[in-house]
Design a protein around this ligand. Structure first.
Ligand SMILES: Cc1cc2nc3c(=O)[nH]c(=O)nc-3n(C[C@H](O)[C@H](O)[C@H](O)COP(=O)(O)OP(=O)(O)OC[C@H]3O[C@@H](n4cnc5c(N)ncnc54)[C@H](O)[C@@H]3O)c2cc1C
Length: 445
C-alpha cells in the first residue's frame, strides 16, 4: 500500500471539515474541494463552509441522551465542530445551539488557517474526477444534497438500487413508552412470528385521529422538495385527505386481527414494527409525515397505547442522498466497488448535524492513523460513536439513515427501573469509551 501523503475531499460541510482537519494534523496534505460559491445546493445559501442549513441547534447536551453522549465523545476526540460550537454558543436551555453565521465563519477560518489544508472552490463532478484520483486517498463528503453529477457517478458505481435520493420516515417511538396493556403483539391472521405491536382503534378513536391529522400543521415544503411521492411513501396526512376511510383500507387495515381486550376486530389498527433487534424502539408503520414535530407528538399520542409515547425520532420527508451503507461500504467507509474513495457524513446513512460531523471525525482519525502507520480499533458498540458506526454495518431490508440513540446500542444486561435506564446506558458508554481511548496508542489530535 502506498504511504498516505495527500488527500482530496469533495464537500466542505460538517463531515468534510472534521475529516480534513484530522488528516491535516497528521501531516497529510489535504485539498478540500467545495462547490460554493460557484454552485449552491437548493438549501445552502452562505459561501462559508460547514453551513447549518436549517435549525441552529446541535440538540441536547444531556449526557443521558444519545446525541449528548456523542457530543461528549467528540469533545474528548478534539472535534473542531465541538470547539467552534462552544465558541459560538447561544443560550438554548439544555440544548447546544449556535449562532449559525458565526459558526460557519469560524469553521471556514479554521480550515483556511490550517497549514496542511488547501481550500479549493470547485465542484467535483464525478467520483472518478482527476482531482480525487490524483490523491493518495479520496473522501466524498458532499452531504444529503450532493450535486447531481457527483450523485449520478456514485449511483453508477454502487448501483442505482443502493443509492437513495429521498427519505420518507415515520416517527420512531421508545418501546418502554408504549402502553402494552393496550398495544398487543401479533401478525395479521396470526401468520409469521408476531413481530408487530398493534394499536387497536375503535371507530370513535379513529375518527378523532383522522380529524386531528387533517387539521394539524405541516412543516413547510422547500421548493426543491415538491416532488411527486411514490404511492408507497405518501405522507399519511396526504393519504388521509383522500377520504375518511382511506387509511382503514390502507396502512391501518384491521383485517386478520382480534383485539384481545374485546375479542372483536378493531375498526382500525396501527402497526408498530421493531426498529432494532433489542426491540427498544418501534416504527409507526405507514405513518411517514410532514407534520411539524410538536403536532406529530400531539396527533400520534391520540393512538390508543401511545398516550405517553416518547419520540426517539420524528417523522420527516426530505431530499436525502445516501447509500445502502451495509452493502456498499467497507468497515473503513471505503466504497467496496471502488476502494480509493471513502464516504463521510450524511451520505453514508447517518442523520443529523452532529452525527455527520462525528462520521467525518471518525474517518479522519482512521485515515490519519493509517498515514502514521498505526491501526485504529473501531469504538465499541456500547459507545455513541461505536453504535452509530455499527448502524452503517448492520444490513436492513429497508436501510434508512439514523440519528444516534440508545436503541442502536446493545440492551442493558441488568434489570433497571425505567427512569434509570438512560443514565445506565450513558454510564456504560462512558466507561466503554474511556477504556477504548486508553487502548488507542498516540491518538493523533
Ligand atoms: C433541507 C435539510 C435540512 C436539514 N436540517 C437539519 C437540522 O435542522 N438538524 C440536523 O441535525 N440535521 C439537518 N439536516 C440533515 C444533515 O445532518 C445536514 O444536512 C448536515 O449538514 C449533513 O452534513 P454533511 O457534512 O454530510 O453535508 P453538508 O453539511 O451538506 O456538506 C456538504 C458540502 O458539500 C458541498 N458539495 C455538494 N456537492 C459537491 C460537489 N459535487 N463538489 C464539491 N462540493 C460539493 C456542499 O455545498 C456542502 O457544503 C438537514 C438536511 C437537509 C437536506
Amino acid at each position: 500500500m502506498t504511504a498516505l501523503v495527500t488527500a482530496a475531499i469533495a464537500g466542505g460541510g460538517l463531515a468534510g471539515c472534521e475529516c480534513a482537519r484530522r488528516l491535516a494534523r497528521a501531516g497529510v496534505a489535504v485539498t478540500l474541494y467545495e462547490m460554493k460559491p460557484g454552485s449552491y445546493s437548493p438549501a445552502h445559501t452562505s459561501p462559508d463552509l460547514a453551513e447549518l442549513v436549517c435549525s441552529n441547534s446541535l440538540r441536547s447536551d444531556d449526557i443521558a441522551s444519545g446525541v449528548g453522549l456523542l457530543k461528549q465523545e467528540m469533545r474528548e476526540l478534539d472535534s473542531l465542530v465541538m470547539q467552534v460550537a462552544e465558541a459560538t454558543r447561544v443560550p438554548a436551555g439544555k440544548a447546544l445551539a449556535v449562532d449559525r453565521e458565526l459558526f460557519a465563519r469560524r469553521m471556514t477560518e479554521a480550515m483556511e488557517a490550517e497549514p496542511n489544508i488547501t481550500v479549493v472552490r470547485r465542484e467535483i463532478s464525478s467520483i472518478h474526477a482527476p482531482e480525487l484520483a490524483a490523491a493518495d486517498v479520496a473522501v466524498v463528503a458532499a452531504g444529503p444534497l450532493a450535486s447531481a453529477p457527483l450523485a449520478a457517478s456514485l449511483a453508477a458505481v454502487v448501483g442505482s438500487d443502493h443509492l437513495y435520493f429521498y427519505d420518507a420516515i415515520a416517527p420512531i417511538i421508545a418501546a418502554e413508552s408504549i402502553d402494552t396493556t393496550i398495544a398487543f403483539q401479533g401478525s395479521r391472521y396470526d401468520e409469521g412470528e408476531g413481530d408487530y405491536l398493534n394499536c387497536p382503534m375503535n371507530r370513535e378513536e379513529y375518527e378523532a385521529f383522522h380529524a386531528a391529522l387533517l387539521a394539524a400543521e405541516k412543516a413547510p415544503t422547500h421548493e426543491f422538495e415538491k416532488e411527486i411521492h411514490f404511492e408507497g411513501c405518501m405522507p399519511i396526512e396526504a393519504l388521509a385527505e383522500r377520504g375518511e376511510r382511506t387509511l382503514v383500507f390502507g396502512p391501518f387495515k384491521p383485517v386478520g386481527f382480534t383485539d384481545p381486550r374485546t375479542g372483536l376486530r378493531p375498526y382500525a389498527i396501527v402497526q408498530l414494527r421493531a426498529e432494532n433487534l433489542n426491540r427498544t424502539a418501534y416504527n409507526l408503520v405507514g405513518c411517514q409525515t410532514k407534520l411539524k414535530y410538536g403536532e406529530q407528538e400531539r396527533v400520534f399520542r391520540m393512538i390508543p397505547g401511545l398516550a405517553n409515547a416518547e419520540f426517539v425520532r420524528h417523522g420527516s420527508m426530505h431530499r436525502n442522498t445516501y447509500v445502502n451503507a451495509p452493502l456498499v461500504l467497507a468497515d473503513d467507509l471505503a466504497l467496496r466497488p471502488h476502494r480509493h474513495v471513502h464516504l463521510a457524513g450524511q451520505i453514508t446513512g447517518v442523520e443529523g448535524y452532529v452525527e455527520s460531523a462525528a462520521c467525518g471525525l471518525w474517518l479522519g482519525m482512521l485515515l490519519a492513523a493509517r498515514a502514521l502507520g498505526r491501526d485504529l480499533p473501531q469504538p465499541p458498540v456500547h459507545t455513541a460513536l461505536g453504535a452509530l458506526l455499527h448502524h452503517l454495518r448492520t444490513p436492513a431490508k429497508n436501510f434508512q439513515p439514523s440519528n444516534v440513540n440508545f436503541g442502536l446500542m446493545p440492551e442493558l444486561t441488568q434489570r433497571a427501573r425505567k427512569r434509570d435506564r438512560k443514565a445506565l446506558y450513558a454510564e456504560r458508554a462512558r466507561a466503554s469509551f474511556a477504556a477504548w481511548l486508553e487502548g488507542v496508542p498516540g491518538l493523533e489530535k
